[in-house]
Design a protein around this ligand. Structure first.
Ligand code: NAD
Length: 353
């Protein structure tokens, strides 16, 4: 299938303009577009610009608030409870993570729970922001059901991702993972592209293993490590959905097929100010040592590089900033159609190789 290589800034500007047609202020449309393009830069295409159609539809249907509002419901020195007022998840996410960083600078650490939010995309994005301000960053979000509790085939929890990152003297180390073998977004993208999925990713709606992405979409994705992935997904839901006062499990609004009700997702943002524990340079030097030690370990046959969490995404993003973001023909054409529908001049035609 044909691949189109698009300059990341051109892609971001085009997505920003599309979002502005649905009432998003310029700066908020830019944040949303930036998060999507960052996911494509990192190679997390499932959470990239392929989501523009559904985001625009939800804005158009009036089921997402195009202008971000944030209401602090409770606040203490090291914590806050925030209502995201049905704003776009990325915009609320960035603003709340910044508040978490600022509060952690004062109190040493901060934990913020968020209710009434929407899909916030790739969790990496918020943790990266914390690491750039010399914090340990942690975030998680709940999502509509796609994982079955271990022992059932009926989905109950979402592929609720957890991301954690630390700064180093080089690029940060960031683990960003769903507690499922893959994010459901990857199965959805495979279905959209007409691709099959590997065995071990998903079950059909009646619990049979499948390599058919469309069948997998209707069923569940498998948790990592069986009951352990189930347990992680459950606890993310308890923190993001119950502690925050948002919805949880099957009671969450579905982004893909419910255009009447807000999603009422919950998130958690957490920051730790390293300098309140030890001098930042010592922390970074010791994490650097872990990295050097790990990189020097003997490698399994066929392995060239032992990667740190997040390294593959970071390296890929640097390459793609130079060479362009590869878009499948399907996603490229979809973006072109969105330009026609929302009357935004199509600017992605200048392709780069
Ligand atoms: N917002 C939502 O509702 C939602 C839901 C699910 C997933 N997501 C996002 O989907 C994305 C994909 O999630 P995923 O679980 O499929 O990610 P993944 O399986 O591609 O990667 C998970 C982690 O493993 C690391 N990794 C992968 N290969 C490695 C290697 N060889 N050595 C060292 N580390 C390695 C990656 O750097 C990453 O941190 C994430 O960005 C996540 O935040 C979002």
């Amino acid at each position: 299938m044909e691949t189109h290589y698009i300059n990341w800034m051109v892609l971001r500007e085009y997505c920003q303009k599309l979002l502005e047609t649905q009432g998003m202020p310029e700066d908020e449309a830019l944040i949303t577009a930036d998060s999507l393009v960052e996911a494509d830069l990192c190679g997390v295409e499932s959470h990239g610009v392929s989501r523009m159609t559904i985001y625009l539809k939800r804005l158009e249907e009036g089921v997402v608030n195009p202008v971000c509002e944030i209401k602090v419901e409770r606040e203490y020195p090291g914590s806050a409870l925030i209502n995201a007022c049905n704003s776009m998840g990325m915009v609320a996410g960035i603003r709340i993570m910044q508040k978490c960083i600022d509060k952690a600078k004062e109190s040493g650490s901060c934990f913020i729970a968020v209710n009434h939010s929407n899909h916030f995309g790739m969790a990496f994005y918020y943790v990266k922001m914390a690491t750039q301000q010399n914090m340990v960053g942690i975030t998680m979000t709940n999502a509509p059901p796609n994982i079955a509790p271990w022992g059932s085939y009926r989905p109950y929890m979402g592929t609720n991702p957890v991301a954690i990152g630390v700064p180093t003297n080089e690029e940060p180390i960031i683990l960003d993972m769903a507690p499922s073998v893959v994010a459901m977004g990857k199965v959805i993208l495979a279905a959209k592209l007409g691709n099959s999925i590997p065995e071990g990713w998903a079950l059909t709606a009646d619990g049979r293993p499948t390599t058919d992405a469309s069948e997998g979409m209707k069923g569940t994705v498998l948790p990592i490590g069986g009951p352990k992935g189930y347990g992680i997904a459950l606890f993310v839901d308890i923190l993001c959905g119950i502690l925050s006062g948002a919805q949880f499990g099957p009671y969450l609004g579905n982004m893909w097929n419910d255009f009447t009700n807000p999603q009422n997702l919950g998130h958690v943002f957490c920051c730790i100010d390293i300098s309140k524990f030890l001098p930042l340079e010592i922390f970074k030097e010791k994490v650097g040592q872990i990295k050097r030690d790990i990189k020097a370990l003997p490698k399994n046959p066929g392995v060239d590089i032992i990667f740190m969490p997040g390294e593959i995404e970071w390296t890929r993003a640097m390459e793609r900033r130079e060479k362009g973001v590869p878009l499948s023909d399907t996603v490229y054409k979809e973006l072109k159609q969105l330009g026609e529908k929302y009357r935004v001049g199509f600017t992605l035609c200048k392709e780069e190789k």
